[in-house]
Ligand binder design. Structure first.
Ligand SMILES: [Zn+2]
Length: 65
């Protein structure tokens, strides 16, 4: 099991700024909330991975209710 943090880029759904995030490569598919580094809004980040820990997709959405 690797415990690698992968650096990746997303765009804030609120202000549109490009943000660098660290994704836990050992966590598999998961989602979490991270505050935008620019406008401080809560971004819901959803990470999809395959079995090898390769990141397939990262979605950045507004915090759903
Ligand atoms: Zn923002």
């Amino acid at each position: 099991m690797s415990n690698v943090l992968n650096s990746s880029h997303i765009y804030c759904p609120y202000c549109g700024e490009s943000l660098e995030i660290l994704v836990d490569g050992s966590a598999g598919n998961h989602s979490y909330i991270e505050d935008c580094q620019v406008c401080c809004a809560p971004i819901e980040i959803t990470v999809a991975m395959d079995e090898t820990g390769e990141i397939v997709e990262i979605l950045a959405q507004t915090d759903s209710e």
